[in-house]
Design a protein around this ligand. Structure first.
Ligand code: DGU
Ligand code: CA
Ligand code: CA
Ligand code: CA
Length: 190
């Protein structure tokens, strides 16, 4: 279906897309280019769940999370400006699903957060995870049971000396520097 204005998943609610494909109206939401200020296809309020959704092209500015969120079995067929942005402090869990074809970022962290990525397939982007440039807040990234291929720059890039990444039981290849400026890395079983 064509999304003409951002779909808001209210606090604590579950949006189950039942496997349907959602594409942005390029005129009103965003064309999926690298232009900033596109709107998101989905906006997740605190405690929202988004599941069983396919984001087709154009995917505009993807998914915006405002607080805690569960993003389960969501497939980005062609990442837009980016795939998912943490806009407000919270704990965001991405479980299952995949994302591909990003010109630059896949997951963008713009507020202090925990981001867990479990059983996810990430391929073909600039970097998988970026903490907003120049920020020094503390973020914790946890990656488990995932497959990561073809990142030009890194899996995680940050400018914060306190941010951490843990990666376990994950297969990866051709991921650039892997950890770009990350001071605290813990890995096992990869
Ligand atoms: O270059 O503000 O990529 O949320 C700085 C920009 C950048 C953000 C970010 C986002 O940090 O636009 O899409
Ligand atoms: Ca951006
Ligand atoms: Ca793309
Ligand atoms: Ca963006």
């Amino acid at each position: 279906m064509v999304v003409n204005s951002t779909i808001v998943v209210e606090a604590g609610e579950v949006f189950d897309g039942a496997g349907n494909r959602y594409v942005a109206n390029p005129e009103t939401v965003g064309d999926g280019s690298q232009k900033e200020n596109q709107k998101s296809v989905f906006r997740l309020q605190d405690g929202a769940t988004l599941k069983n959704v396919v984001l087709g092209a154009p995917a505009a500015d993807g998914v915006h999370a405002y607080g805690d969120a569960l993003i389960e079995n969501v497939v980005w067929e062609d990442i837009g400006e980016d795939a998912m942005t943490i806009k407000e402090e919270g704990h965001v869990v991405i479980r299952g699903g995949s994302a591909q074809h990003g010109s630059d970022k896949m997951f963008q962290i713009n507020a202090p957060a925990k981001l867990d990525i479990i059983n996810f397939t990430a391929r073909d982007a600039g970097k998988m995870i970026r903490q907003v440039g120049g920020s020094t807040f503390h973020t914790e990234v946890y990656i488990e049971g995932s497959v990561i291929t073809n990142m030009n720059e890194a899996i995680f890039r940050t400018d914060s000396q306190t941010s951490k990444v843990t990666m376990v039981n994950t297969r990866y290849s051709n991921v650039g520097e892997k950890w770009y400026n990350v001071e605290h890395v813990s890995e096992s079983g990869n």
